[in-house]
Structures are given as C-alpha cells and as structure tokens.
Design a protein around this ligand. Structure first.
Ligand code: SF4
Length: 338
C-alpha cells in the first residue's frame, strides 16, 4: 500500500462512526469487507433499512456532513428504466441502477436532497443480484448508468463496486455501462484493464463553482489529471459539464473554463462530452425545504412543468449558447450531447 492510499484508507475509517446493518445483510462479502475496514465504527443491528433511513425528524444537514452507513439488501427495483431528464446518448434501451443511495460528496445543487429523507448512505450489499438483473438485459444491448444516486468511485476503497461493474462489462460485452464520478483517484482503477464497453464519465466544473457549491469534491486540476491518466491507460472517457449553473458572470466563467480544460486535455482523446443546464425533479423544493436545505442557487424563481424545473427559457438558452459554442471549438457536433 502506498502512503497516499494508506492516508485515504485511514480517512475513510474516521468517516463513518456508526454502521446500521440489516440482519439479512450480515453475511454478504461486502458487509465483511466494510466491517474489516471500519473497525472502530459502532455496529447497530436493524430489521429493515427504512426503519432508519425513513425515520421522521432526522437532521438531514448534519447527516450529510457526517453520514452514517446503512447496509441493506435490495429486494425490489434492482434496475430501472432511465429517466427522460437524463441523456440516453442515443441508446434505445436506457437503464439505471442504484447500488448505493446518497453520496459522500455534498453538492449544493444535488437532486438527492429532494429525493431522500436522510443524508445517511445506504449500501445495498447484494450487488450480485443487481449484476444478475443487469446481465438479463443483455439481448437489448442496453446502456446502463450505475452511479447516478451516489459517486461509486469515491466509495471504491470501501465497497469495490466500480471494480464489480468493470468485471461485469468484461463478461457482458453487449452491455454498455457508464460510471459517473467527480472523484480524482486513478489508484482505484489502476489494477483493471479498461473494457471497451465501460465509460468513465467525469464531471467537470469551473473552480469558482467547485469552491462555492461542490463541497468535499476534488478541485478541477485534480479531475483533469485523472482524465489524462485514464485516457493514457486506455479508458473511454466522457466529460460531463452537468449541471451548468446560471451564476453571476456565467459567460466569462464557463468560456474560460472550457478553454482551460481543452488546453490541458487533448479533445481527440475524449469519447464525447455531455452538458446539461441545472434541472430539478418536480416538487424538489418541497422535499429539499423539509430537509432544511438552504442555498443561494435555489433563490432563482424556478417553476415546475411536466418535466421538472429549470431556469427561464431565456436564461437556459443563454447558458446553452455559451457552453455549446465553447465546446464546438474543440469537439465535433456529433460528439456533443445535451
Ligand atoms: S457528486 Fe453527484 S451525487 Fe454526489 S453530491 Fe454531488 S451531485 Fe450529488
């Protein structure tokens, strides 16, 4: 173990003071792995994860800051149809799956704040059942996103689930898997060869946005280094500029950001780029407000329509124009997705 990986492992061991474990989840390999790493955490046995995760009167913000782990068995909805709010990249059969609910990072715009009643992190330990459900879709040649409701790579030392999906891709060449991340630790991938049907989708934001709104995430420079490491090692890399935010000075901030990114990354090494203006699920605010979420980002007068909520047509168009125009200078049209 290198000294930097020793440091990050000791950081993880301090992160989770308590682990709630469903009785049924006790004997799974990942439960043993987590208990082996988090030796100092207090273990609490529970019957069902919802007894803890859905409890009334939780302090969501405190939990986001110092989350506890909940280990559970996923009994239903092992795989879902992809949401129309997300890009399917031209795939007819688009799915997503949640092996983990909630994220160790803490972005102020995160839609999970309006989705879950708790800031604690649920890990579904029956990953083999989830992989088996995904494999059954093989005939459809689907596209499956596996890291929407969390950041799997940021949890890799603890869970090893990114590795499971990488090996899954090797066994299931008809299935394309996308793993989305803001993590910057190439060490988590270094032991794997890159399967051609695995897309590493790395979200980038200007440092001005990271500093203000993407708490606990790596700075832009580290994410760029990660991308360069990954492409050199043969990984397919998608760059995601998502969400782009309507902030003061957005035109200059995002234009400079795109130029800086492509000054350091060779655009020809990148599989494609996707971008999306901030959009939120319907009724997001009611639930986020219940959780005590306060951020200046939501001071904008969003209004729900059938798809959810986003900026006014004019503001969204202006933002799109800046991003799309900037990207077109580096990437061909066919490789830019919105
Ligand atoms: S990295 Fe993604 S999932 Fe995690 S807090 Fe940020 S927006 Fe949410």
């Amino acid at each position: 173990m290198t000294s930097s990986s020793k440091n990050s492992t000791s950081l993880i061991t301090k992160m989770y003071s308590h682990i709630y474990i469903e009785k049924e989840a006790e004997n799974y390999p990942v439960t043993m792995r987590i208990k082996g790493i988090l030796k100092c955490s207090e273990i609490i046995e529970i019957t069902h994860y919802k007894d803890v995760f859905n409890e009334r009167g939780q302090d969501f913000l405190m939990q986001k800051n110092r989350p506890k782990l909940i280990l559970a068995v996923k009994r239903e909805n092992l795989i879902y149809k992809g949401s129309p709010m997300c890009n399917s990249f031209g795939y007819e059969n688009f799915y997503y799956t949640s092996c983990v609910m909630n994220c160790p990072y803490n972005c102020e715009y995160c839609y999970l704040q309006g989705m879950y009643p708790s800031g604690n992190i649920v890990v579904f330990v029956n990953i083999d059942d989830i992989l088996e459900s995904a494999a059954k879709l093989s005939k459809q040649k689907p596209f499956i996103c596996v890291s929407y409701d969390t950041d799997l790579l940021a949890m890799e030392k603890l869970l090893g689930y990114a590795g499971e999906w990488i090996e899954f891709c090797r066994q299931n060449p008809e299935i394309t898997v996308e793993l989305r991340t803001k993590s910057a630790s190439f060490a988590n991938l270094a032991n794997y060869a890159a399967p051609a049907n695995f897309i590493l989708a790395i979200t980038l934001s200007p440092d001005e946005i990271i500093d203000l709104y993407e708490h606990k995430t790596p700075k832009l420079g580290r994410r760029i280094e990660f991308i360069n490491h990954a492409v050199k090692a043969g990984w397919k890399v998608r760059i995601c500029l998502d969400p782009v935010l309507y902030v003061r000075g957005y035109a200059q901030i995002y234009r400079k950001f795109i130029d800086d990114v492509f000054a350091k990354i060779n655009a020809r090494d990148i599989t494609d780029v996707s971008f999306g203006v901030l959009r939120l699920p319907k009724d997001f605010y009611k639930r986020a407000a219940k959780n005590g979420v306060k951020t200046e980002l939501f001071a904008y007068p969003f209004a729900d329509d059938s798809q959810g909520a986003t900026y006014s047509k004019q503001h969204a168009e202006n933002l799109r124009g800046v991003i799309y125009g900037g990207l077109l200078e580096y990437m061909p049209k066919g490789k830019i997705f919105e």
